[in-house]
Design a protein around this ligand. Structure first.
Ligand SMILES: Nc1ncnc2c1ncn2[C@@H]1O[C@H](COP(=O)(O)OP(=O)(O)O)[C@@H](O)[C@H]1O
Ligand SMILES: [Mg+2]
Length: 250
């Protein structure tokens, strides 16, 4: 079974950047890796330096409207989804695309969930770049999540949003083994009121990633993320070490 890491948090806090860094770091541990861009404002491919042709949303529409008679919906969806996987070096990318339009998508979403659960088994790690809301994480993925990284910048708005996501994740009954807050774009420690908010919510701080101008400049130029930040590597390695003790690591 793949070890599934989902990344969530307010827009602009660095989710996509961190997902791309995660892929770079995890490649050193084990492969293959599946990166899933579950943000409707898809741009994980840019950070990963990979082109893609189709989104799952495009295929979902196609299956809903025109499954050829010789196929069942499920067979056709499976075939088309396989074509939508973009292949990188040691990792693949699936782009979810925009949310569904009006009408009922239950049947296709069920097929999609089964498909994602099935293909996830082929990978050692699955990394999901999520949008801020937690709802579609459960709607679109049937797999349990081993680690949810909530990302925030050092602002009160970012932290409140991470705390809300934490509470939603808990109340939505998602199966998540571990939830950790990562403060990105850090310029030093956090003020006591912010620390208090995090502590009162019962949220753990996994660590801090420093603000680095180079990261921002590279993304402004449309350059991909070619290596992981050492702060992030330490955060992940120490989380894995803790988990090994309690045997969650595959
Ligand atoms: N640690 C960091 N230091 C400096 N800039 C960062 C850092 N992390 C992310 N950024 C920049 O912040 C912007 C938003 O990052 P992005 O990963 O797209 O956020 P999100 O996916 O959460 O919307 C990008 O310009 C990115 O380069
Ligand atoms: Mg993003």
């Amino acid at each position: 079974m793949a070890y599934v890491i989902a990344v969530a948090g307010k827009g602009g806090v660095g989710k996509t950047t961190i997902c791309a860094m995660l892929v770079q770091h995890l490649l050193k541990i084990d492969k293959p890796i599946l990166a899933v861009d579950a943000d409707p404002n898809s741009n994980l491919n840019v950070a990963l330096g990979l082109e893609y042709e189709e989104t799952i949303a495009d295929i979902r529409e196609e299956v809903k409207k025109q499954t050829p008679e010789s196929f069942s919906k499920s067979e056709f969806f499976g075939l088309r989804l396989e074509e939508a996987v973009a292949e990188g070096n040691g990792f693949d990318l699936l782009v979810m695309g925009r949310p569904e339009g009006p009408g009922c998508y239950c049947a296709v979403n069920n097929i999609l969930r089964e498909y994602l659960a099935r293909i996830s088994k082929k990978y050692k790690f699955v990394v999901i770049d999520n949008e801020a809301g937690m709802e579609h994480l459960s709607r679109r993925t049937a797999t349990d999540i081993d680690l949810l990284l909530l990302i925030s910048d050092p602002t009160m708005v970012g932290i409140s949003s991470a705390v809300n996501a934490f509470n939603t994740a808990k109340s939505a009954g998602l199966k998540i083994k571990d939830i950790v807050l990562v403060i990105n774009k850090s310029k030093g420690g956090l003020e006591s009121d912010k620390l208090k908010l995090i502590e009162n919510a019962g949220l753990k701080i996994g660590g801090y990633i420093c603000f680095q101008e180079e990261i921002q400049k590279n993304s402004e130029k449309g350059k991909g993320v070619v290596e992981a930040d050492s702060n992030l590597e330490n955060i992940i390695d120490s989380l894995f070490k803790q988990e090994e003790k309690i045997n969650i690591i595959p």
